[in-house]
Design a protein around this ligand. Sequence first.
Ligand code: Z5A
Length: 212
Amino acid sequence: NKESSNSRGALIVLEGLDRCGKTSQSGRLYKYLDEQGHSVESWRFPDRNTGVGQMISSYLANKSQLDDHAIHLLFSANRWEKRSLMEEKLKSGTTLIVDRYSYSGVAFSSAKGLDIEWCKAPEIGLLAPDLVVYLDISPEKAAERGGYGDERYEQLEFQKKVAGSYLSLRDSSWKVIDATLSIEDVEKKLREVVLDRMMTCHKGKPMSQLWP
Ligand code: Z5A
């Protein structure tokens, strides 16, 4: 009993600091919605499988060096190369759960000191999410979860700057969930806001583009 093709899917974006639990929650939400009979896919950015994604992956692993502006544009290009597929999926009724999106792009690059308006510009025209969920955790608490690896950006001082950038990007349409609750409690709250927004999309909420 998957949705009929004339009701569109919802673009759901999960954002937050490293270790806030996005990957765990994307997986749980995907499983739940799929079991409920919804047409759903789990995506993530960067998508490391594309040519651009491989350049990003090598940069994040400190295997290559790039100018801050250049890597910013690559992250954006990585979203642009998936844009038409994204639109196709949504129009055909598939809900997409996306782990990081343009907000990560702007938050991380502006945390390095790049101008925020410059950071936002290449994202103009990408599809705007129907819902942004911010999994809220302090940089200190996130660091306590351990597992900070060797990737670039996985350092407390930098994560503090990223947290500040996210704060300036947040608006009243974002749903903020306390990411320090148990995995199960976060999951429950996430399901509620996502199901609600999926319903408004099925009922005909129009698709829009960044930045609204
Ligand atoms: N980046 C960028 O600069 N520009 C862009 O445009 C984009 C990204 C899209 C790679 O991202 C980097 O790229 C990222 C931003 C930058 N750098 N950083 N930082 P990535 O998505 O590949 O990596 P990540 O975002 O850092 O994901 P992650 O390490 O996988 O973290 P997570 O997905 O948020 O968390 P998790 O793996 O689900 O959970 C982390 C641990 O916490 C794990 O042991 C869990 O079991 C545990 N956990 C999860 N939830 C809980 C709760 N509720 N309680 C206790 N423990 C929990």
